[in-house]
Design a protein around this ligand. Structure first.
Ligand code: ADP
Ligand code: MG
Length: 696
């Protein structure tokens, strides 16, 4: 029977109970599925270490030697057995916290001790090492790399630990002797020097050496990325054929009047370039799907406005969607200011818009009396109808879920052009996979006169000197943000922190006025406090991350982030972007506790070292993995990557994409005989993937 038809229940070492666990935990049903459960690491069991050769806590080691002595320390829950193990030259400690009563160590007998060292009290020890009697081990068979598999708690409870998985999977190896049908055609494998499927599956589980393992991984990763790209690219081509893009060839009165008579400052070269790129899209006859990346403060709002004017000149309306009410209000204010004295109309729609205002607004929209509608996600409600929506601009897009964005598509018979703007760059690998094929424009230049923000990392012990510094800045007429983390808006202790922070600032800065803003406040109250800070009436704003995106108070020159360890890198970068908006030197002070994890320290170091949003986004991807990046959190990655990684396999992804693109270039619908395999593989994939390419 073929591997794909063999139920795992009947495999040696499985049985009904374990099969049920495997089905539930790993979605594994057949023997073939099982072969696609890949090890997460390999351990070289042919190498033996001397104790003095141990140099880190990353590598597993095995040591031949014997026990000198041992003792049981502590009592009850903290009871542990500590044993001294020697290789003849040096001594290492082995420690057991559990199962102490079952351990029967012997003196004068040689063991193989195996485990991952940890470093404690200036020396290495091994917690819960594996022990084997040297005499019971056949050294002949001990070669190659030993695979280790991830297992869940439930699997372990059902005796399906890594060792058991290894045994079950090794039982399938004889079935691979005769080869199994490949899932990539020979021509493609030859072109890209890829290992065949059978060999790849053998070597991913039981590699003879590192080179073969590498080849196996490469092939399996390539395949995974290739079929995703094939699917995305085919979908995009279809969409292109299906929908004509709204044609906006004209540059007319609205744009020209603004450009020549109302522009508040000369555009930067980067702004000019980006507007040209967008303009080219708008007149191309294809539907635009463009990502505008520009670091905080680079002037994206102005670009958005000028694009909206282009749409107006061609008879279309624009909506600009912002993630928070504060930001929507601010956009409204900025735009109405810039547009005052022009013929272009702008309106605001948020959760706070009253029913009556809303009705009037709906009518005006349908009558085409509103050119630009600014708002929060209230915009995407079904009742909001436009007379002729032509351009959708989504600001700080990473805050929106996929489904929310998709809804904007339905606001016109022909999908409007879409421009998503973000200060948190999306690493290219992610853009290529999650967002299909966004074209990308970059504003890589800040308006003139800006000084780079200085970022400093301090522990909370330095509060006094920080306060002195804040006082100096305030005395110079500057303003200060103090931001507290608030993971969920209803988390009580966080709110207490914030309120304590507010009181603390009022106490320590006599003569200063302090505003406070958080998500639990009523919109009106929030607005009032925000307004007081924006107008300079208050000098200090204590807030949660509601001010994270977009807020623009150029006179604010210091951003203090409390408990900075609790923020993600992109968030920190966003927060930092709230200052440095005027001509003054600005500062971002990251406050953390004294003891920091390795990752947190890295995070702080990166923040201090660079202001470059791209570098920060890449580092964020490396540190957290794509599943945790903002924007993918709400929606989840649209597919599970079993083996490829968006953080490290960028090059392979490019290769897979160009392979897929070549094939579709010649045969868009995959109808040629030679491409049959692609089509059948895609139809298998399709069952559990959605089309995500048209989300933005
Ligand atoms: P972001 O890209 O972060 O959304 P904004 O659009 O809020 O940035 O712009 C930041 C600040 O820079 C605003 O105060 C805006 O008025 C100003 N600004 C934008 N473009 C220019 C320019 N070309 N020259 C000078 N200042 C500009
Ligand atoms: Mg902005």
């Amino acid at each position: 029977m073929e591997l794909s038809e063999r139920d795992i229940t009947y495999l040696p070492g499985v049985g009904p109970k374990r099969a049920a666990t495997l089905k539930k935990e790993l979605h594994v049903n057949t023997a073939l599925d099982l072969l696609y459960v890949f090890p997460y690491k390999y351990i070289d069991r042919s190498r033996f270490y001397k104790i003095r050769e141990i140099e880190d806590t990353e590598t597993y080691v095995q040591i031949i030697g014997e026990f000198l002595d041992w003792q049981v320390l502590g009592a009850g829950k903290s009871q542990r057995l500590s044993a001294r193990f020697t290789d003849g030259n040096d001594i290492i400690e082995a420690v057991w916290f559990k199962g102490v009563q079952y351990l029967k160590l012997q003196k004068g007998v040689k063991y193989i001790l195996f485990g991952k060292p940890s470093y404690y009290n200036h020396s290495y020890n091994i917690v819960h090492p594996e022990l084997e009697l040297l005499s019971s081990v056949n050294m002949e068979t001990r070669q190659g790399l030993e695979p280790h598999y991830n297992t869940s708690g439930e699997m372990k409870a059902g005796w399906l630990n890594s060792k058991a998985m290894r045994k079950i999977i090794s039982g399938l190896m004889p079935d691979l002797k005769n080869g199994i049908p490949d899932t990539l055609p020979l021509s493609l494998r030859e072109q890209y020097h890829l290992m065949d499927l059978t060999q790849s599956l053998v070597n991913i589980h039981f590699p003879k050496n590192v080179t073969l393992l590498k080849k196996a991984r490469e092939r399996l990763k390539f395949e995974e990325l290739f079929y995703i790209q094939l699917q995305i690219l085919r979908h995009m081509k279809r969409r292109e054929q299906q929908y004509a893009g709204l044609s906006m060839p004209r540059v007319g009165a609205a744009f020209n009047d603004f450009y020549y008579n109302h522009l508040p400052f000369p555009l930067t070269n980067a702004q000019k370039r980006v507007i040209k790129e967008i303009q080219a899209d708008l007149r191309s006859g294809k539907q635009m799907n463009r990502l505008l990346q520009g670091d905080v403060g680079s002037g994206k709002t102005l670009v958005a406005l000028m694009c909206a004017l282009l749409a107006k000149d061609n008879g279309y309306q624009t909506c600009i969607m912002a993630p928070t009410e504060i930001l929507a209000n601010q956009h409204m204010e900025t735009l109405s200011q810039m547009l005052s004295g022009t013929q272009t109309t702008v309106a605001l729609l948020t959760g706070s818009t009253t029913k009556k205002q809303r009705e009037a607004l709906h009518a005006a929209l349908l009558a085409g009396q509103i050119d630009i509608l600014v708002g929060t996600h209230a915009l995407i409600e079904d009742t909001v109808q436009f007379s002729n929506l032509g351009l959708v601009i989504v600001d700080e897009q990473h805050r929106f879920g996929v489904a929310q964005r998709a809804k904007l598509w339905t606001k016109n018979i022909n999908p409007p052009h879409v421009l998503v703007m973000t200060a948190t760059p999306i690493p290219r690998t992610l853009a290529m996979t999650v967002y299909g094929d966004l074209s990308v424009s970059v504003i890589d230049e800040l308006p003139p006169g800006r000084k780079p923000i200085q970022t400093l990392h301090y522990t909370q012990l330095r509060r006094d000197s920080i306060n002195r510094f804040l006082r100096q800045e305030i005395d110079k007429g500057r303003q200060v943000y103090v931001v507290y983390p608030l993971i969920e808006e209803n988390k009580k202790s966080d709110l207490v922190d914030l309120e304590n922070g507010y009181n603390y600032m009022r106490e320590h800065f006599p003569g200063c006025k302090v505003s406070m803003v958080h998500g639990k406040m009523k919109a009106k109250e929030k607005d009032m406090h925000m307004q007081a800070f924006a107008s300079g009436e208050t000098q200090i704003l204590v807030a949660t991350t509601v001010i994270e995106v977009g807020v623009n108070v150029p006179n604010a020159s210091v951003m203090v982030v409390e408990n900075a360890e609790r923020f993600g890198l992109s968030q920190l970068h966003q927060l930092r972007g709230r200052v440095g908006r005027g001509a003054e030197q600005s500062y971002c002070i990251l406050l953390t506790r004294v003891e920091l994890s390795k990752d947190t320290r890295k995070k702080m170091d990166i923040m201090v070292a660079t202001n470059d949003g791209f570098r920060i986004a890449e580092a964020d991807l490396q540190l957290r993995g794509p599943g945790d990046l903002e924007g993918t959190q709400q929606s989840g990655l649209p597919f599970d990557l079993k083996i490829a990684s968006l953080s490290t396999d960028g090059q392979l992804l490019e290769l897979a994409r160009s392979a897929a693109s070549d094939i579709l270039e010649e045969d868009p619908e995959l109808e040629l005989e030679k491409n049959r395999m692609y089509k059948s593989q895609l139809s298998k994939l399709k069952q559990h993937t959605v089309n995500w390419a048209d989300i933005s």
